[in-house]
Design a protein around this ligand. Structure first.
Ligand code: C2E
Ligand code: MG
Ligand code: MG
Length: 450
């Protein structure tokens, strides 16, 4: 095939048949892959070095179908397919994979598809406006691209292209992404974590650590935050920052969240039984848990089962979770509050909050996100945000706790601004449950002046 231009297939409705998609005229997924496999088998090594696969995705297609009807969506797809054919004449096969995902294969000049400088044709393609049934729709497209590497077959090359597309969809401003090996490794790690997480939860292989929260006036301990840890056989830990987002996406956060709540309640009941002065155990609740589970029933039965006084438990919710569903969220928060537990808003300042809702929410504590606290002593903007959150808390009659307080400068600044409480490495890192009691006893009693 070296000198012959590869035969282009999958374009134009003239070719529509059982191998072709009715709307775009592109090949359906399997025939598209067969076409690419055929090209791989026939190409010289040199040509293979120039083989690229791309997937162009229309994330808005679903919205167009819902808002304007399927005819409009079909029309949009047809228009996009026509643009692809016009702008990407070098493609030798085009396919419709599913929904709004259109694929192309090309023995393109590598230069045009090189990293950083978006390929001209793609650049033209991105941000196009397509007219569909009289409505102008701004078409934002996302694209993943992968250069063929032996001995992959078409399916494997397409899988890698999809990984690049997923990255383009997930990242802000990610219109176009090229496959790199780290994407493959990341996907494998994620898949492994998803496989191993449920067995880890069920076999009690996870643990909780507890990070002290300190009253800035008295120096007394007001609470601890339960932070989940996933120990590995080699003695290391997988960070929750790594596995919580994966658990959220896979909804394994539901059994994980139940496990954490139960362990934290059992631990709090144990501490209470040892005669320690009361302090709350704060548990992080993911938005998925907030929306998809009956938190009120779960918490009520856990409190009863562990015989825990409700003021020993606090739930930390994020702005996104509580603001997302307005009145519905308000109802759930009120019911939780009626159980006697405390409620905090975590990472405050990083999401969006409606102040009119915030005023009505039965929340006792705002936690200033650590990103503002970290730079508060040197960055005027972060200092101003921290001050503002403290003022909001005061005006709404809520306690304000600063997260990520690492240095005496942080503590001094926070105390001078009237912040109520702080949590961070300055006082303690997250501690194993066994050493918390000693820590509590080492602090001045509540009510003492600091
Ligand atoms: P978060 O709820 O905002 O928790 C505070 C995080 O900041 C913890 O990270 C804590 O170890 C860290 N941290 C505390 N003090 C300092 C400090 O002075 N400096 C710095 N640089 N960091 C500090 P961790 O344990 O890695 O947890 C990360 C996030 O994972 C948590 O952020 C929370 O959103 C989530 N997470 C942890 N455990 C759970 C859980 O049981 N359920 C859910 N849904 N999320 C959890
Ligand atoms: Mg938290
Ligand atoms: Mg936080």
């Amino acid at each position: 095939m070296s000198d012959d231009k590869p035969i282009r297939s999958g374009g134009g409705s003239a070719l529509a048949g059982s191998d072709h998609d009715e709307i775009t005229g592109f090949l359906l997924r399997r025939p598209f892959l067969s076409e690419v496999d055929r090209a791989i088998a026939q190409a010289s090594t040199q040509e293979l070095g120039k083989l690229w696969l791309g997937v162009v995705s229309l994330p808005k297609l679903r919205h167009v179908n819902a808002a304007l009807g399927f005819d409009a969506g079909d029309n949009l797809l047809r228009e996009v397919a026509a643009i692809m054919q016009k702008e990407l004449p070098e493609a030798f096969a085009m396919g419709r994979l599913e929904g709004g995902d259109l694929a192309l294969a090309s023995f393109g000049p590598v230069k045009r598809l090189s990293r950083r400088s978006a390929p001209e044709a793609e650049a033209k393609f991105l941000g196009n406006t397509v007219q569909t049934l009289g409505s102008h729709i701004f078409m934002s497209v996302r694209a993943g691209i992968c250069q063929y590497r032996a001995p992959d077959d078409a399916a494997e090359c397409l899988r890698k292209t999809q990984l690049a597309l997923v990255r383009a969809r997930d990242e802000a401003g990610g219109d176009l992404r090229y496959y790199t090996d780290d994407m493959g490794q990341l996907a494998e790690t994620r898949a492994r974590l998803v496989r191993e997480l449920l067995p880890a939860i069920e076999s009690d292989a996870l643990t909780l650590q507890y990070q002290p929260q300190i009253d800035l006036k008295t120096g007394a301990l007001v609470g601890v935050e339960a932070l989940v840890r996933w120990p590995q056989p080699d003695g290391s830990f997988i960070s929750p920052a790594e596995f919580i987002p994966i658990a959220e996406r896979s909804e394994l956060i539901v059994p994980l969240g139940d496990w954490v709540l139960r362990k934290a309640c059992e631990q709090a009941a144990y501490w209470r039984g040892t005669g320690l002065p009361p302090f709350h155990v704060a548990v992080n609740v993911s938005p998925v848990q907030f929306y998809k589970t009956d938190l009120v029933t779960t918490v009520r039965s856990l409190l009863a089962e562990t015989n825990l006084e409700p003021n020993w438990l606090e739930l930390e919710l994020t702005e996104g979770a509580v603001m997302g569903d307005g009145d519905e969220s308000l109802l759930v928060l009120r019911q939780l509050r009626e159980l006697g537990i405390e409620l905090a808003i975590d990472d405050f300042g990083t999401g969006y909050s409606s102040l009119s809702y915030l005023k009505r929410f039965p929340v006792q504590r705002l936690k200033i996100d650590q990103s503002f606290v970290r730079n508060s002593h040197e960055n005027a903007d972060d200092r101003a945000i921290t001050r503002t959150i403290i003022a909001i808390g005061k005006n709404l009659d809520m306690k304000v706790l600063a997260e990520g307080a690492e240095t005496s400068d942080h503590i001094q600044f926070l105390a001078s601004e009237g912040c109520d409480e702080a949590q961070g490495y300055y006082y303690a890192r997250p501690l194993d449950a066994e050493v918390v009691a000693d820590f509590v006893r080492s602090r001045p009693p509540a009510g003492a002046s600091h």
